[in-house]
Ligand binder design. Structure first.
Ligand code: KG4
Ligand code: ZN
Length: 387
C-alpha cells in the first residue's frame, strides 16, 4: 500500500537557526516519531552568549549525524519520508545556511518536496504536537531569545501579527541580566533556578505599556534592573557580603522574573479580551518558565480560555515543531525550489495568504500533484531591493 493510501505522512524536519542542531520525524503534523537535538549551549556558555561563527561550525559538524540519528530513531529511511521541512529564517545566517543546504541536498537526492518553514511558525506548531485536538483559530504568544510576538492564527498556514517587542526580546533580557549578576548563560533557566524562595517585590521595575497597542518593550526593565543591581552591589560592599541583607540573589532574580511575567501576561490578557479568542497557545524558550506558565494558567482560567503550553523541551528550539509546521505547509501546497536561501530577518506574515486554505482531515493527498513553486528567498530579496 502506498504512503498516500495509508494516509500517513512523515515529514523530516531540520532546524539550525541558532545554537541547536535538530532533526525530527513527525507523522501527520501531530505525532513525534523521533526528535534529536544537539545543543551547543556548553560551547557558547564560556562566551556568555551565542557566538555565530562557533554556531555555524558546530552545525556543520553535527547536521548529518543528527539527521541520521533522527531517521534511525524513527526506524525509517528517506524512502519513507513524504517531504523535507527546514527553517529558512529568521535566525543567524551562517547557522540557517547549514540546515537549508542539508535539506536541499536531501530533497534533491531523494526527489522529495522541500518545504520552507518560518522559525516562529515552528514555535506555533509545537502546540499541535502538545494537544492533537488543537485546531485554528487561536491566539499564540511566542517568547524567545529573539522574539516577543503575539500572533493570531486563523488557519494552519496563515498568521496575523498583533504585537511585537519594540526593542529587546524577553529571553535576551533574561540572558543579559543573568550575565550582569554573574549567573552565566543561558540566563532564563538560571534566573528561574536562582529565584527559588525569593521575594518578587524588593525593588521597583517599570513595566512598559503603549497606548492602543499590545506591543512589548523590555529594554526599560532591563536597564532599571541593571541600575538596581549597581545599588545593591554598593550596599553589599558596605556590608562586606556577596549580597546585602536587603536583597538576596533569590530576591533579585524573583523580582526581575516577576516584572517580565507581568508584562507578558497583561498584554496577552488584553489581546484575548479584545479579540475574543477562546484558545491561547504559548511557544518559545521563555514559555518554559514556570512562573510564566503559572501566571498564564491563572489568567486563562479566569477568562474561561483554553491554554496550551508545550512541555519545556518543545518550548525551546527543536525540529519536531518544524516538521509539524512543514506538514501543514506541505498540505497547503507550499514548496521551495532548490535555490531556497536563508533569510535572517524572515517575517512571519509574509507567508500569509500565499497558500490555499486547508482543513485537516486525514484524507489522502496526491503527492505527485504539481504544486506551485514558492521561493521565499527570492521574494524577500526582490522586496529588499525595492525598499
Ligand atoms: O526558543 P529558544 O530556544 O531560541 C530562540 O528562538 O531564541 O529560546 C531561547 C531563550 C533564551 O534566551 C533562554 O534564556 C530562554 O529562552 N529560556 C528561558 C527559560 N528557558 C529558556 N527563559 C526563562 N525561563 C526559562 N525557564
Ligand atoms: Zn526559537
Amino acid at each position: 500500500m502506498s504512503k498516500e493510501e495509508i494516509g500517513s505522512h512523515l515529514i523530516l524536519g531540520i532546524e539550525t537557526s541558532c545554537d541547536e542542531t535538530a532533526a525530527a520525524v513527525v507523522e501527520n503534523g501531530v505525532t513525534i516519531v523521533s526528535s534529536v537535538v544537539a545543543s551547543q549551549i556548553d560551547l557558547h556558555a564560556a562566551y556568555g552568549g551565542v557566538v555565530p561563527e562557533i554556531a555555524s561550525r558546530e552545525h556543520v559538524k553535527s547536521i548529518l549525524p543528527v539527521i541520521d540519528r533522527a531517521l534511525k530513531d524513527a526506524d525509517k529511511t528517506l524512502d519513507d519520508i513524504t517531504a523535507v521541512a527546514v527553517t529558512y529564517g529568521p535566525g543567524l545566517v551562517g547557522a540557517l545556511l547549514v540546515g537549508v543546504s542539508a535539506a536541499k541536498g536531501l530533497a534533491a537526492a531523494a526527489g522529495l518536496p522541500l518545504i520552507p518553514v518560518n522559525h516562529l511558525e515552528g514555535h506555533i506548531a509545537a502546540s499541535y504536537l502538545t494537544d492533537k485536538t488543537l485546531v485554528p483559530p487561536f491566539l499564540c504568544l511566542i517568547v524567545s531569545g529573539g522574539h516577543a510576538t503575539l500572533v493570531e492564527v486563523p488557519s494552519y498556514t496563515r498568521y496575523r501579527t498583533l504585537a511585537q517587542t519594540r526593542d529587546d526580546a524577553p529571553g535576551e533580557a533574561f540572558d543579559k541580566i543573568a550575565r550582569s549578576i554573574g549567573l552565566g548563560y543561558p540566563g532564563g533557566p538560571l534566573i528561574e533556578r536562582a529565584s527559588s524562595g525569593g521575594r518578587c517585590d524588593v525593588f521597583y521595575l517599570p513595566v512598559t505599556h503603549f497606548p492602543d497597542s499590545y506591543d512589548f518593550s523590555f529594554s526599560g526593565v532591563k536597564t532599571a534592573a541593571i541600575n538596581a543591581f549597581r545599588k545593591i552591589e554598593r550596599e553589599a560592599e558596605r556590608e562586606s557580603a556577596p549580597w546585602p541583607s536587603s536583597c538576596s540573589q533569590a530576591d533579585f532574580a524573583a523580582t526581575f522574573q516577576a516584572a517580565i511575567v507581568q508584562a507578558l501576561t497583561a498584554h496577552t490578557a488584553a489581546a484575548l479580551d479584545d479579540t475574543g479568542h477562546k484558545t491561547l497557545a504559548l511557544g518559545g524558550g521563555v514559555s518554559a518558565n514556570r512562573k510564566l506558565r503559572e501566571s498564564m494558567r491563572a489568567m486563562a482560567s479566569s477568562r474561561g480560555v483554553r491554554l496550551i503550553i508545550p512541555p519545556p523541551a518543545y518550548c525551546t528550539d527543536n525540529a519536531a515543531m518544524i516538521a509539524s509546521a512543514g506538514y501543514f505547509a506541505w498540505r497547503a501546497g507550499r514548496r521551495a525550489a532548490l535555490d531556497l536561501n536563508a533569510v535572517p530577518m524572515a517575517e512571519l506574515d509574509e507567508i500569509a495568504g500565499q497558500e490555499e486554505e486547508i482543513s485537516v482531515e486525514r484524507e489522502s493527498v496526491d503527492l505527485h500533484k504539481q504544486a506551485p513553486d514558492w521561493r521565499v528567498g527570492q521574494e524577500v530579496a526582490e522586496r529588499g531591493e525595492r525598499e
